[in-house]
Design a protein around this ligand. Structure first.
Ligand code: ADP
Ligand code: ADP
Length: 226
């Protein structure tokens, strides 16, 4: 589903990605783990072309991501980041509706979809017209996940989406996320620096350091070692 070959990216003199080879099969959740600054976010953002690469190739479903029209890529890939992702002046409903509106869905269809996503992620219906500042950290993260899922993209890129919430909420969100991911067979690239989280969520763990992939394998392979 996602295939990276010899991907390089430098920011000026700083080599953020130094020859990344990675294949993520359809329906798999790959978790990128590694120290701060090792290139995890950069790698994630090359897949939806928020970051342009210097060399190498990236394919999504057998097609070079550079060949996708931006709207088509947005439809294929949901993106979720920690904390800052929500538009503060938009309601919960309007935040979740961003991509469907870009895709010109009728409002009635959007409303049905927003209610369905909120129910699925455990957000009370009465929150639909709240603003982000009226939500707890965990609730805001749920809205962020709903937004990434809104137009039902086959691929999800998650950049430490549960980083800023308390441990209990985090555990609940992880559980809900895994259920959704498996039920809807999403292909996921998930960034975290939390080993427990990686082991909980991953079909495959990919360990990065200094712009390279050091090792990859099932959570079982790492459960004892990390
Ligand atoms: P991680 O997600 O693993 O913390 P990043 O991909 O964010 O790592 O960053 C990799 C390296 O690239 C870091 O040294 C970071 O400072 C640098 N970097 C990231 N984004 C930029 C940017 N837009 N401009 C310059 N340097 C950047
Ligand atoms: P251009 O101005 O030709 O788009 P770029 O440096 O943006 O120059 O891209 C060079 C080539 O690499 C183009 O074919 C572009 O589509 C492709 N490309 C850019 N970024 C990516 C990426 N993240 N993944 C795959 N291909 C990319």
């Amino acid at each position: 589903m996602i295939l990276l070959k010899q991907v390089f990216k430098a920011y000026g003199a700083l080599e953020a990605l130094r020859g990344i080879d990675l294949e993520i099969p359809e329906g798999e959740c790959a978790v990128l783990i590694g120290p701060s600054g090792c290139g995890k976010s950069t790698l994630l953002k090359t897949i939806n072309r928020m970051v342009d690469i210097d060399a190498g190739t990236i394919e999504l479903g057998g097609v070079d991501v550079g060949a996708y029209a931006p709207e088509l890529l947005r439809r294929q890939i949901g993106y979720c980041i920690q904390g800052v992702g929500l538009f503060p002046h938009f309601t919960v409903h309007d935040n979740i509706a961003v991509v469907p509106r870009l895709m010109k869905w009728p409002e009635a269809k959007i409303e049905v979809r927003v209610r369905e996503l909120m129910e699925m992620s455990g957000l009370p219906e009465s929150y639909r017209l709240k603003k982000p500042k009226e939500l707890s950290g965990g609730e805001a993260q749920r809205v962020g996940v709903c937004r990434a899922l809104a137009a039902d993209p086959p691929v999800l890129l998650m950049d430490e989406p549960f980083g800023a919430v308390d441990p209990l909420t985090r555990e609940r969100l992880q559980l809900a996320f895994t259920e959704i991911q498996k039920a809807l067979k999403k292909t996921v690239v998930f960034v975290t620096h939390d080993v427990e989280e990686a082991i909980t969520l991953a079909d495959r763990i990919v360990v990065m350091n200094q712009g390279r992939i050091l090792d990859a394998g099932t959570p079982g392979k790492f459960a004892g070692a990390l």
